[in-house]
Each structure stands twice: as C-alpha cells, then as structure tokens.
Design a protein. Structure first.
Length: 252
C-alpha cells in the first residue's frame, strides 16, 4: 500500500510539472505577440486559471464549495494552511495573490508566478511591505482582486491566528470590500507547516487517491474601520473552520 501511494504521488508530481511547464510555455510563446506588460499579465492570469483547473484533476482534489464565489473585485482574505490554498481559491477567480518572497525562487513555480500576476513580499522587511501596499493599490485600481493571507504563516490551529493589519488598512483607505474565505483540509497532515519542504510534502499529501477540501466564500464586508474589517472577517472565517471540522468529525 505504501509503495502504491509513493508511486501515485511521484506520477502526480511528474504530471504537475509537465502540465505547468506546457501551459506556461504556451503563455510565453503567445506573449511574444503582445508588447504591453499589463496585457501580458492579464493573459497570464487566465492561463494560470487553466493550469489550476487541470492540476485539480491530476491531483485528485475533491472540493466542497459553500457560498458564492465573488464577482466583484476587492480584497480576498483567507486563512492559511498550505501553499495549495491559492490553487483552491483561484480555480475560478481571477486575482493577484500575495506570496512570500521565497516562492519567487522556486524552480518553475516561481517563474510561473512572476508572469501570472503574483505580488511577492519579504514579510520581515518593512520596505518590502511598503512596496507591496503600493503594488496592491495599483492592481485594485485596474479592477483586479487581491488574494491575501493576513496570518502571515501556515499552521494547524483550529481557528485563525492573529491577522496582520496591512492589507485591511489599504482596503479601508480605498473603500473596497473585504471578502473573507475559509479553506481547510480533512487531513491536517496536508497542511504545510514548520520546516517542511515542497517535494517531501507533495509526495506525502498527494499519495492519497483523494484530497478532501472545503472552501467557503462569505459575504463582502464594507467598512472604513480597520479594526472592524479585521474582527468581522476573522470571526466569520473562524466560524466556518469550526463548522468544517464538525462536519468531517460527524461523517467519520
């Protein structure tokens, strides 16, 4: 059984790299006919969505969706379990995720991120955070959404940990909605925490035939008060995370 799981995970890792590289290559080729950077990024976001949809099939994702995916642009706020979280939320939504600076240097994935609308930030660098806020403002002004995980790190706590206020400050200043999203995995070992590295984590998680995931899209929050945006979105996400866990425990 263990050999089968390892073999399945290796095959999926190879397919993961193949699909990503193939679609990314098509993007680079077609981008040769476009000179405007904004148009290239906009097309990159669409190509990324296609990559993500194929990868969910390859990796055996079973996603249960609650609520309605947002059709308005704004600040999408999610709890943070794994590097896989954005692939769940961006399956249908066109948005710029904010990612840690280290992802930019990942083989293949980093290159794909740089050409498909990802904003990188060095979380411990105050200058980088300031630059990120400026980039976020520019993206929102173009009508795109921003995906942010304000916890700043992954974890397996039953509810969210403290939210960093940066993105909420900008949402209040620009008078844009905050759209809370809750994401969780049935198997908490699917979370990516501590010193875990990409390949060992991938092989461990995707050796299962199915990876069961729940995602809940909650109603947009409008407020010029930063504390209210933080507390309301945090409370709503926490409520959904606890509900997910109760449902899984009941069905076991």
């Amino acid at each position: 059984m263990r050999i089968f799981k390892t073999l399945l995970a290796v095959i999926r890792l190879i397919l993961f790299a193949f699909v990503t590289a193939t679609v990314y290559s098509l993007l680079l080729i077609t981008n040769l006919f476009y000179k405007h950077k904004d148009k290239k990024i906009a097309r990159g976001i669409i190509y990324r969505r296609q990559i993500i949809r194929i990868l969910h099939v390859v990796l055996g994702s079973k996603i249960t969706v609650y609520g309605k995916e947002p059709i308005i642009s704004g600040l999408i706020i999610s709890n943070h379990r794994s590097y896989f979280d954005p692939l769940i939320i961006l399956r249908n939504i066109l948005a710029y995720p904010i990612a840690k600076k280290e992802v930019e240097n990942w083989p293949l994935i980093g290159n794909v991120c740089k050409t498909t609308g990802v904003i990188f930030v060095h979380r411990e660098n105050k200058t980088s955070r300031s630059e990120t806020l400026n980039k976020v403002s520019q993206v929102l002004n173009k009508g795109f959404s921003i995906l942010n995980t304000p916890e700043g790190t992954t974890h397996i706590a039953p509810t969210t940990i403290k939210f960093k206020p940066g993105a909420f400050v900008l949402a209040a200043q620009l008078n844009i909605p905050v759209i809370p999203v809750a994401v969780d995995y049935k198997n908490l070992d699917d979370s990516w925490v501590g010193d875990d590295t990409f390949v060992p984590h991938f092989l461990r998680c995707f050796g299962k035939w199915r990876t069961e995931i729940k995602v809940s899209y909650l109603a947009p929050i409008y407020s010029g008060n930063v504390d209210e945006l933080i507390s309301t979105s945090k409370k709503q996400i926490d409520s959904e995370l606890l509900r997910f866990r109760r449902e899984w425990n009941t069905n076991n």
